[in-house]
Write a protein that binds this ligand. Sequence first.
Ligand SMILES: NC(=O)C1=CN([C@@H]2O[C@H](COP(=O)(O)OP(=O)(O)OC[C@H]3O[C@@H](n4cnc5c(N)ncnc54)[C@H](OP(=O)(O)O)[C@@H]3O)[C@@H](O)[C@H]2O)C=CC1
Ligand SMILES: O=C(O)CCC(=O)C(=O)O
Ligand SMILES: [Mg+2]
Length: 478
Amino acid sequence: MTVSYEKITPPTTGSKITFSDGKPLVPDDPIIPFIRGDGTGVDIWPATAKVIDAAIATAYGGQRKIHWFKVYAGDEACEIYGTYQYLPQDTLTAIKEYGIAIKGPLTTPIGGGIRSLNVALRQIFDLYACVRPCRYYAGTPSPHKTPEKLDVIVYRENTEDIYLGIEWKQGTEIADKLINYLNTELIPATPEHGKKQIPLDAGIGIKPISKTGSQRLVRRAIERALTLPKPKNQVTLVHKGNIMKYTEGAFRDWGYELAKSEFRDVCVTEMESWILSNKEKNHDLSIEDNARMVEPGYDALTDEKKAKICQEVTSVLDAIWETHGNGQWKDKIMVNDRIADSIFQQIQTRPDEYSILATMNLNGDYLSDAAAAIVGGLGMGPGANIGDTCAIFEATHGTAPKHAGLDRINPGSVILSGVMMLEYIGWQEAADLIKKGIAAAIANRQVTYDLARLMEPPVNPPLKCSEFADAIISHFGD
Ligand SMILES: NC(=O)C1=CN([C@@H]2O[C@H](COP(=O)(O)OP(=O)(O)OC[C@H]3O[C@@H](n4cnc5c(N)ncnc54)[C@H](OP(=O)(O)O)[C@@H]3O)[C@@H](O)[C@H]2O)C=CC1
Ligand SMILES: O=C(O)CCC(=O)C(=O)O
Ligand SMILES: [Mg+2]
């Protein structure tokens, strides 16, 4: 079927990327749509395209080339398509058609107007895994004393949670109706809620966390962990399940359930590892003493709770002692969980103990900015939104409007998002060249304002955005 566009024209040369079993099949001349982005997108995108094109040319000497297809979103789209046309159908058609795209940041108006274009793109294309690696480049200034110890990848569920955007403004008819219904019907019918009541002047938001959404994200996280060497072959389920039992707590439970069902041979949970290792140290250890060792405060528990823990110890030993016992578990993927607030301090106090952090949408949004700050700030925070038939690469940061058009912002995050894209399409040699160029530029103190001001002594004057791109390219041949 011929695809038609209203105001854009695909490149006349180049071929399409297709997907098979969730993996891209990439020709040597792929057509890749790009969205320039709002705000600092005007500075960052040209710098990014220049670096990616130069790396491909250097790595493959003309054998491979990306054919860029400019598509529009955000302010630029409104200029071309008309007022409020922030996300034109042309753009959606092009991304669907070509499968892989890269974008600069897009502005989200606060309170009212359109909801986030960035979130809309993730939901429209069902890009359920937001992958945000945070690793340190030597020489990058950091507020942290040992930033090199942090090497984590945030795997953020990207389509649900409060980002589904189902909420009602305080004082509206539906908000009032819903509060009344909850207060008079649903809450009283749920004994565990006691006499709780929602304040009558509240706004209401819905936080859906589904089993399907949680498990497909955790599946991707575990699959990634399987590719990592020890001790980074681990997945931490991040949640606030102690407070939100049926959403965040369920995410944790479904994550463990998936690990123990689909990945049983290659996974061990932290709890299982304790139970197995207790028995390894003392083969005559009773079930109850093992339970006492894995559950602090065991002796103060009710008989019912004690029985439950003993039952868990028994079932772990029955199920996996043969396959995982006697130290075999040490070669498996470790799956553990941490409470969300705790992980924010853990990545600072014990950064080297973590690797893949599987999160729900909101926690992952917060955590990816925080982790990027440790390794050098938002100028060094790349990302990818991955689905089964489409992927869109974009930085962790936003449009940084106060720096827009000044040719000063750090293009590092979008360039590194380009590196992720090259790795995703299997063009590793080009990706490696860019990483080498960035590392060398930083080591040589050739940096933009954000890193320059933190360096000791500060770099003055810093490089412009465009100059940083040139510096990266100049180190390809080092
Ligand atoms: N995926 C996307 O497209 C995203 C879009 N947004 C949207 O972007 C807009 C602006 O959001 P805002 O809250 O200001 O957050 P931003 O991430 O855009 O910027 C906040 C601050 O982070 C620093 N920063 C951001 N990008 C870079 C960079 N490339 N290099 C160096 N430093 C950087 C700057 O700090 P300093 O000035 O101190 O140097 C900047 O002022 C909003 O509309 C928001 O919704 C937000 C996040 C993601
Ligand atoms: O789209 C937005 O405005 C914010 C998105 C965001 O902060 C993120 O994806 O990290
Ligand atoms: Mg964010």
